[in-house]
Every structure is written in C-alpha cells, then in structure tokens.
Design a protein around this ligand. Structure first.
Ligand code: GLP
Length: 244
C-alpha cells in the first residue's frame, strides 16, 4: 500500500496506518529502531514535516518513543483493560444521560491493510466508514470512527444514524446481534480537529479506544473512539477470585 494523494484521509494519517502495518510485517520488536524521518520521507514520497507529524502522533499514542540523538524506537505495548460490550446509547442511559449522535462523515471506502487485518477481510474490501459526534444531554463526549464491512450490512448507508443507536440498527435491520468484543483503551491527547468537535483545547487529554465487536466469530465493527478524559471515566466490575 502507498500514500493516496486523492484520499480525503490526511497524508499523516495514511502514513500512520502504513507505519503500523510495516512495523508488524517487518517483525520489529520492542526497542527496535525505526528508519529516520528522512528515510521514511524518501520511501513514502512525503515531506519531512508530514513524517514528523506522523511520528509525533505515534509517539503521543505510545506506539513509538524517541531517544534524543539516537532515533525513534518501537515502544512497549500497553496493558489492556476489559469492560462490557455496551453501546454508547446503553452506556449513557445507564448513567442517566440522554444519548445523542450527530454524523460528521459517512462513506464507503476500501479498507486499508491495517483496517482489513483487524476486521478479518481482504485489504481493499469496501467498508462503511462512519464518523459521529456522541453527546450526553447535548454535551459533546466522544468522536467515534467506525468501520463495518459492507458485505455484512449492505444497505447500512441508507439508514439514518443521527440520534439513533448503531447497534440497534445492526440488530433490527440486519439481524446482527453482537455477542463478543475486545477493547483497548489508551491515554491520548486531542488533535485539533477532534478538539474543535469536542469543545476542547488541542492537546487536552483524551481516552483513545479501539473496539472490535463480533457476531459468531465474525468481526462486525472496528471502532476508534476519542473520549474526553475530563468528562469520561472507565468503570469496571471487579470479581474476586481468592487465591488467584
Ligand atoms: C460504543 C463503542 C463503539 C460503538 C458504539 C455504538 O461507544 N465504543 O464502538 O460503535 O458504542 O453505540 P450506539 O449503538 O449507541 O450507536
């Protein structure tokens, strides 16, 4: 895969996906050095500024780290925390808030290698890409970017999602009942675009979540969400198993 100059996805964002793929495919291990910004710029035909923007992002996400005078290295993976497989709508209602949703963008797009691998579909297969601003009692809480293979929900594009639950639409219109999932949650800082949507200053702390939801072993959803850390906290039930 290469950088697509015609894509609506910013180049630094495309490079992020390519680099994540490349790090996995090339079998790089924790603390391995990655090529310099100059080398990456030449390899992907990008300016050094764009490469730096991508590396800054990957560093802020904790995927890479820099050692001054030495280079950029692959960081240690973070610890995963499991929660329950609830929709935003269910989650907010359970806490006494009125959930809301506003479409930011919706399109059908070919899955990148990274997205395709996580969804378990061939790279380049069409996915519904849905970007939504989620609100609680009208207040912005999160930006959610969801990818769903079109093969699983072919006509999803024609269904209104504003003010509705995606999980409910999947269930009622497509008979898809999500039965399992996995979620990764990391600390992050808000990029300028999301900051504007969320009413935050750029660089504010956020919780970045990646969720995959499944039905009968098939991955239905890959969602990347940015939650306001100043307004959202994680709650998890803790079961005690004496003696481990
Ligand atoms: C949560 C998850 C998303 C999921 C969403 C569905 O917020 N982080 O991965 O897409 O719920 O919510 P709803 O059914 O309310 O649209």
């Amino acid at each position: 895969m290469t950088i697509d100059p015609a894509s609506p996805v910013p180049k630094y964002s495309q490079l992020r996906e390519l680099l994540i793929d490349w790090i996995v495919d090339s079998g790089l291990a924790v603390d391995d050095i990655i090529p310099s910004e100059r080398e990456l710029g030449t390899k992907y035909g990008l300016s050094r500024m764009t490469v730096r923007q991508t590396i800054d992002l990957l560093v802020s996400e904790g995927k890479l780290y820099r050692v001054p005078g030495k280079g950029t290295f692959v960081a240690r993976p973070k610890i995963e925390m499991s929660l329950v497989l609830a929709s935003f709508t269910e989650d907010m209602r359970a806490r006494g808030y009125e959930p809301g949703s506003r479409d930011i963008a919706r399109r059908i797009t070919p899955a990148s290698g990274h997205t395709a691998r996580l969804l378990g579909i061939p790279p380049g297969s069409d996915v519904h890409h849905i970007e939504r601003l989620r609100t609680a009692d009208g207040e912005p809480m999160a930006v959610e970017r969801t990818n769903i293979p079109t093969s699983l929900a072919p006509g999803l594009g024609s269904h209104r999602l504003s003010g509705r639950s995606l999980y409910q639409v999947l269930e009622e219109e497509f008979g898809i009942i999500l039965d399992s999932g996995e979620q990764t949650i990391e600390a992050g800082i808000c990029d300028p675009a999301d900051a504007k949507l969320l009413g935050l200053s750029p660089g504010s702390p956020v919780l970045s979540m990646q969720r995959r939801s499944f039905t009968n072993g098939a991955c239905v959803e890959l969602a990347l969400s940015t939650y306001r850390a100043d307004r959202y906290q994680l709650h998890s039930r803790l079961d005690r198993h004496p003696g481990g």
